[in-house]
Design a protein. Structure first.
Length: 189
């Protein structure tokens, strides 16, 4: 799994950039309409899911961890498509979609971080992103009746923080991609 992540560091950085763009656009106009929020979230989840599926399939080369990445990506794609197919969805249902998506992605990232802890340093960034995702999802589930502007603010803040963590992780992966041998062990200095 670690080689799959290292080979795909640029996709992780790109996912972080997309998350930050989504978050900034959301924070910039907190009075955004529900329809626009649905479309922005749908596009983000779809693009993020597609990038995860591409990363999983294109560089699987006998890696066991590609299945988890593929599954998480498919969840993102399905949730993204679901937001486009059902545009009249209520705010509560959208919050449940976002909450479930955040919890699933968070759990997958925590599992990946645990697997990486013996291979690299800095895996905590992925674990933090996963914990933040799970907490964000659980908060949305616990408080679905919160005001729309407050939810939009938290979605934007989450996306910006998540994006920053993904970019930091991606560049960390880039820095240790080169010194890895085919067995996943660093070259001797």
């Amino acid at each position: 799994m670690e080689l799959t992540l290292a080979r795909n560091w640029a996709w992780i950085v790109f996912r972080g950039v997309v998350a930050i763009i989504f978050g900034v656009l959301t924070l910039r106009n907190p009075a955004i309409t529900l329809t626009v929020l649905i479309m922005l979230f749908g596009a983000y989840a779809l693009i993020d899911g597609l990038m995860m599926v591409i990363a999983a399939v294109s560089n699987r080369r006998g890696e066991e961890g590609w299945v988890a990445l593929f599954f998480a990506g498919m969840c993102g794609i399905l949730i993204g498509i679901g937001t486009f197919v059902m545009p009249a969805i209520t705010a509560t249902v959208l919050l449940v979609f976002i909450a479930v998506w955040a919890v699933v992605i968070g759990i997958a990232q925590i599992v990946a971080a645990i697997r990486l802890r013996k291979v690299i340093t800095g895996e905590w960034m992925l674990a933090v992103a996963g914990v933040v995702s799970v907490l964000f999802g659980l908060i949305l589930i616990a408080r679905p009746a919160a005001g729309a502007l407050a939810v939009v603010f938290w979605i934007g803040a989450y996306a910006v923080f998540y994006g920053i963590i993904l970019i930091a992780l991606g560049f960390r992966l880039r820095s240790w991609k080169r010194p890895l041998t085919p067995t996943g062990q660093p070259h001797a200095a």
